[in-house]
Design a protein around this ligand. Sequence first.
Ligand SMILES: *Cc1c(COP(=O)(O)O)cnc(C)c1O
Length: 397
Amino acid sequence: MGIKSNIGVLKPVRPKEKFLVFGSPVIGEDEIDEVVASMRSGWLGTGPKVARFEEDFRKYKNAACSAALNSCTAALHLSILAAGVKQGDEVITTPMTFCATVNAIIHAGATPVLADIDPVTLNIDPDAVRSRITPRTKAILPVHFAGRPCEMDEITSIAGENGLKVIEDCAHAIETEYKGKKAGTIGDFGCFSFYVTKNIVTGEGGMVLARNESDIARIKVLGLHGMSKDAWKRFSDEGYKHYYVVEAGFKYNMMDVQAAIGIHQLKKVEEYWKRREAVWQRYNGAFEGLSLGLPASAAPDTRHAYHLYTVLIDEERGGISRDEFLNAMTANNIGVGVHYLSIPEHPYYQKAYGWKPEDFPNAMKAGRSIVSLPLSAKLTDEDVDDVITAVKNCLGV
Ligand SMILES: *Cc1c(COP(=O)(O)O)cnc(C)c1O
């Protein structure tokens, strides 16, 4: 049998006094004041602050147009619909993603098709994408995993050759760039998340970037019950305006209270990025030569968003299984995450699509050995030292 775990005898060397919560965001006084101002104004729902956040984000990303929504999941769902994907169409995506990516395809009425990942970058493999194309394929939905851009030149040329739309899941990729282009502006649509653990936060929140104004207009209509444009203005002092329902839409609009946080978070996006990059480099230096796999570094002519710092636990080399490592880190008061068990590990997809983890071996292997260490701009130098100490302790070095 394999090497016995030494976890039973491990005692935290210097256990961190307080549990380090994984992915805890930095919230400043500016955000707090802006939220309070929204509450005092009485305008809590979709209003001027949402419009401002949309515009600030559009400028930051150098995009043609933008629409704020209440999540990245909503952004993905509506982008897929706006891409013209219909019942029975197929959308190709990665097995190494959050379930929301796949669920959005399903809720748009389409069939998700998985293409395995590159084992080093953990991003969707363009050759695998090519091999999964059928006459029913309508779109490719790449995920810039951990903030490292996918091979977008290859993906956009596959899309061009086959008349497919490209929808980028940029939940990890707010700051990501690829050959001078910003993630989310390379494909037809880019979908972003401002969930609490993401690089900038609004609590819950999302954004779509699109090339065409008409696509964004449709997404805004679909995101607010299918009501005709600017229905939110109907209670303003410009006089009563009737609205007309033009599609069976959804309730996906962002609130001003959320945008109030986002406006100030966005101003600090580069400062946070620099901090996460510094933490990333500290981890790389500290873990060099240890018996664990380190994340792929940024490729030339790209910018990594440093959303996740993922290590691969190799039981043969390290003498500890991935799940034992998760428990041991938690016992050391360090919060860790798993991004992700591959999609075919989940019973729903096995039942609905007959997927087996073994059919996507690279994603299966990564998903069974991966651990995300804390990588938030909130981490102090001492927190980072504690994470490093805990990792070494868990590996028995
Ligand atoms: C977080 C995440 C989502 C969903 O984002 P929400 O804003 O929570 O809906 C989608 N895809 C990926 C890859 C994510 O990490």
